[in-house]
Every structure is written in C-alpha cells, then in structure tokens.
Design a protein around this ligand. Structure first.
Ligand code: NAD
Length: 310
C-alpha cells in the first residue's frame, strides 16, 4: 500500500508519523511545495522507522513520483492563527486545493484512488476537491468531525470515569463553529445517556451539556492559543480513517463527503460506513428538533461558503 501526503507541515508530519505507526503501509511519499521541508521530514521520519515498522518514506519533488498511490492525503494550506476561524482560510486554501488536485489527478489511477482531505475549512475543501477531481463522492473523504467526536468522547469519558471505548457519541455537521452535538444518540455501555446518568447517580443538567458543547467547539482555539497549532489529534484521526479504508473495516465514522446534486449538494459530517471503496453508506441519525435545525443551519453555512469561493 502506497500513500502520498501532500503538504508536510505540522499536520502532514503528524499524519505521516501516525500512518507509519499503523504498520499497514509499505511506502509513504511526501510532497510539499517547500522541498527542503519535505526532505527534512522524510529524513527525520526515516530515522524513526528504525524503531518501528519497516516503511519506506521519501520526499518527492514532483507529482509524477506519487504515481501508484492508493490513497492521497491532502494536508497542505494555511492553518488558523490565534483568533482566526476555519472559514477565514477559505479563499487562501481554495487556491491551494485548486493547485494540488489537478496535479494529483494527472498522476493517480482515477478508477481506484481515494483522497482524504484535511485542509480547512474542511467541508468546503472536500466539496472543491470532489468537483476538481471528478471522483465519485464516496472516494473524496474529509476527516470531518471525527476529531470533534473524539473530543466529545474524551470529555464524557473523564466526566463519567468510563473508557472512551464504551462511549458512543457523535458530533455531526460542519467541522467548524456550527458543528452539532448529537446528544439524542449518545450511549454509554449501550445505555441511553439519561439511563446511564440515572443508574450511576451522575446527573447531567443542561448547563453541563452547554459547557461540554462549548469545550468541544472551542477545543481547537484553546490548543492553538497554547501550542500554536493542532496536530496530534488530527494525525491520529487521519491514520484511523486510513486504517478503516485499507482493512475494509466498515466502521461507522463521522466523516465528511459530498451528498446531493447540483445547487443542493453539500459536504458535512454524518455517521457513514467506511470501507475499501471509501464511503459506502450514510446514516441519518435520529436528532431532536433543535439538533435537526442546527444540522440544517450547518449545511447552509458550508454551502454558502462554497458558493462564495472567489
Ligand atoms: P503548516 O503551515 O504547518 O503546513 C502547511 C504546509 O502546506 C506547508 O509546509 C506548505 O509549504 C504546504 N503547502 C502550502 N501550499 C501548498 C501547495 N500548493 N502545494 C504543496 N504544499 C503546499 O500548516 P498545518 O498546521 O500543517 O495545517 C495544514 C492544514 O490542516 C491547515 O489548513 C489546517 O487548518 C488544517 N488542519 C485541519 C485539521 C482537521 O481537523 N481537519 C486539524 C488541524 C489542522
């Protein structure tokens, strides 16, 4: 399995590290318009290989060298500065995607390649990548709210003193400020959230839920304030998605892909079955009235920003 990573900054390097550590990939090629940065990353990661799985990692200076890649991960583009929203990156990163996607498509097998998009604003970049690549929607996948869902599960896990593995909790909609927490479907050890809270005598009033929502939506801002950027969470999310595809695991992940046609098409995250061919099916979660209207609002925001690309 050969993987290409386009954009080897903070996020691209973290993705390469996490992918290398899965042991499921035999070759990773790194391309960045800053060739020095790509070569340095390949050297550093190449040394790390001595202590783990045997993966060939090379920096490449042109797109011809990504030929034979089964999956291409796009992690290039500007990241948020403190206080900036993901949507503030819209036009800057739309031109980055417009630069990258045609070059990628000229060098991969369009019949089978899958593209994983990480660049923000994520959902809009998924739509643009799908349009420019002309690939079937299910083969252009954004990590979407996988990371937001992980943040929610982590908070709940600490609150309840229960492993994240025993908590099902999804964030849907935009990977951004309009994301929606699907409280209706949260379950802990198979019990609906309210039942779990009652049995464990751990009440969860609306004020606590509001605080959790705030922490989930602002996690990236808090990390950027303290660390300058976010990379570990997204690196692991991308590697997990990759593993799901490579092994045809058919897990249900909250990823972003384009649904609908024409002026109604939009990419947001919903629970989707993911396997070797990419996104296989999409589930519509049972949402409360306010969650449903939040999701509709989120879809409108993504579509409006896509239409606003200059
Ligand atoms: P960074 O500045 O550290 O790295 C970006 C890299 O992209 C640089 O090395 C740059 O040279 C390269 N690049 C820019 N334009 C390019 C082009 N046209 N062709 C090839 N390479 C190009 O930024 P980062 O922190 O690594 O973030 C990268 C992207 O990932 C940002 O858009 C950021 O917002 C996004 N991100 C997404 C998530 C998520 O959950 N999806 C999480 C964190 C960051």
């Amino acid at each position: 399995m050969k993987i290409a990573i386009i954009g080897v900054g903070t996020v691209g390097s973290a993705v390469a590290t996490a992918v290398k550590n899965t042991g499921f990939v035999h070759e990773i090629v790194l391309y960045d318009r800053d060739g020095l940065r790509a070569r340095a990353a390949a050297d550093d990661l190449g040394h790390a290989v001595c202590f783990g799985f045997d993966v060939k990692i090379t920096a490449v200076s042109n797109y011809r060298a990504i030929r034979g890649s089964d999956i291409v991960i796009i992690a290039a583009g500007a990241n948020q500065r403190p206080g900036e929203t993901r949507m503030d990156l819209l036009n800057k990163n739309a031109s980055t995607i417009a630069d990258i996607v045609p070059r990628v498509m000229a060098n991969v097998d369009a019949k089978s390649v899958k593209i994983i998009v990480l660049t923000n604003p994520l959902d809009v970049m998924v739509m643009l990548t799908q349009k420019l690549s002309k690939l079937p929607a299910g083969r252009v996948i954004g990590t979407g709210t996988m990371l937001d869902s992980a943040r929610l599960r982590t908070i709940l896990s600490r609150q309840f003193g229960v492993s994240t593995q025993s908590i099902n909790a999804d964030v849907v909609g935009e990977h951004g400020d309009s994301s929606v927490i699907d409280w209706t479907s949260v379950s802990v050890g198979g019990l609906a959230l309210d039942d779990f809270c009652k049995q464990m005598k751990m009440p969860m009033p609306q004020t606590t839920r509001n605080t959790i929502e705030h922490r989930v939506r602002n996690a990236a801002y808090d990390i950027i304030r303290g660390r300058g950027a976010t990379w570990d969470g997204i690196g692991s999310a991308a590697a997990d998605l990759l593993r799901c595809i490579i092994n045809d695991e058919r897990r249900i992940l909250t990823v972003s892909t384009v649904s609908g046609a024409g002026a109604d098409s939009v990419a947001v995250s919903l629970p989707r079955i993911v396997g070797a061919s990419g996104v296989i099916a999409t589930l519509r979660p049972k949402l409360s009235a306010s969650e449903s209207s939040g999701l509709r609002r989120s879809m409108k925001i993504v579509r409006k920003n896509y239409d606003a690309i200059k």
